[in-house]
Structure formats: C-alpha cells, structure tokens
Design a protein around this ligand. Structure first.
Ligand code: ZN
Length: 237
C-alpha cells in the first residue's frame, strides 16, 4: 500500500520531486521568461451555444483547513461569482465539476488525500454553490471529460464554446481545456477566475491554452454575451 503523504505535504514541492531532489542533493531552480501571449479585453460568446464550467471549487482546494489548499483559490470567488451571474442572466448552461475520490484511489498516491466523497472537503464552496438548474459532474480524474457524460451533454445542448474557470490552473483547468480543444470546442479562460499553486504553473497553463489550443484569454469582466439568435422566432420576438 502506498505511503500516505498527507503529513509532509508542501504545496510547492510534490513529495516525489523532493525525494528525488534529495537523492541527487540538488533542487532544480531556473528563471525563465514567459513568452508573450494575448489577453483580450473582451471575448463575445453566444449564450445559447456556451457553457460556463466551474472546475473543482471545493473546500479541500479553496478553504482554510482544506487538505490540498490552493492559497489563491479563494480570491477567485468574486470573479467566478461574476461569471455565474452573467451565465444565469443570459441563460448560459452552468456545469460544475466535483473531484470525487474513494478509498484506494490512485490519485492519493500522487497527492494527499482530498475530496473524499461525502466529506466537507469534497463539497463545493458555499459562495459559488450550484443552483437547481446547474449540472454537477463528479469526476475521478483531472479532466472533466474523462469518464463523465460531459461531452454528450454539451452536444445535446448544442454548446460549442466553453468558458472554463476554477482550480487548479495546470491540473483540472488545463486538462479540461486541452480535452475540450481536442474535441473542437472553442475555449475561453477568464484568468482572474483561475488559480494555481505557483505563478509558473499558472502562466504555463495560459500560454499553453493560447499557443497550442487556440484558446482565448480574457478576464471575468471581459466575457460578454452577444444577443443569442438560436431558438428565437423569425419575427425576432
Ligand atoms: Zn483529485
């Protein structure tokens, strides 16, 4: 059985990295520049063809006392709240992912125990709690598409654009953004509604999404809804 790492967890250095580094008596540290990437002031989306995806905003990641705390995550709550308000005002579908693990999950060999089904840490934080109309997808892996009906639902709904926010930038958010782009969905990342453990991880995720997956970056306030034409009668009523 794998040794638990919950006791010596350092969010900046994963256990394996630290053990390996100690084995070679060297910690690798390098300063590099982030290549330029574009951040758009505004990104317009068609509400009828867009879904807002809130990734893993659960107590274990967001709240003090959480087992896998991302210190910057709580500061993204207002920006995510703004996106939720925009979505609900404009009839945009809202999908939450809920990281969900049970005893023996191999992810607990990589990270400390987190998001145990039914626990406080597993619950989505109160401030951005799902509404009755929203969809909550429990997932066991980083990617919201993996092992869930997400793609099926999006196709039923006629959604072609995903606005993805939440945490962690280079884990659940990036894996989902990549998975979406590979399935030919258009990806929008509001960067102030996304958090990571390290600036490097955050910037690498943004750059990767733009450079490799042709995603668009903006802010929560920069996401704008065009008037939806889908489903409206010919008269425009
Ligand atoms: Zn997990």
């Amino acid at each position: 059985m794998a040794e638990s790492r919950a006791g010596n967890y350092d969010p900046r250095v994963r256990g394996d990295d630290l053990r390996q580094a100690q084995a070679v008596r060297e910690l690798w540290l390098m300063k590099i520049e982030v290549p330029q990437y574009a951040i758009q002031d505004e990104v317009w989306v068609d509400p009828a063809k867009t879904a807002l995806v809130v990734v893993d905003m659960q107590n274990d990641f967001v709240k003090r006392g959480g087992s896998l705390l991302v210190p910057d995550a709580e500061a993204t709550v207002p920006a995510i709240g703004r996106l939720l308000k925009l979505a609900r005002l404009n009839g945009i579908r809202v999908v939450y992912s809920q990281d969900t693990h049970r005893r023996g999950d191999p992810e607990w060999d990589i990270w400390p125990e987190h998001c145990r089904e039914g626990s406080w840490g597993w619950e989505i934080v109160d401030e951005v709690a799902p509404g009755v109309e929203d969809t909550v997808l429990r997932k066991a892996r980083f990617d919201v598409f993996y092992g869930t009906p997400f793609d099926h639902l999006l196709r039923l709904w006629g959604v072609s654009t995903l606005v993805i926010c939440g945490t962690v930038a280079n884990i659940g958010v990036l894996c989902t953004a990549a998975s979406a782009a590979l399935r030919r969905y258009s990806v929008v990342l509001p960067r102030d509604a996304i958090s990571a453990l390290e600036p490097f991880d955050f910037e690498a995720s943004m750059r990767q999404t733009v450079f490799v997956f042709a995603g668009r970056l903006t802010t929560a306030a920069g996401v704008r809804c065009s008037e939806s034409v889908s489903g409206l009668p010919e008269s425009g009523m």
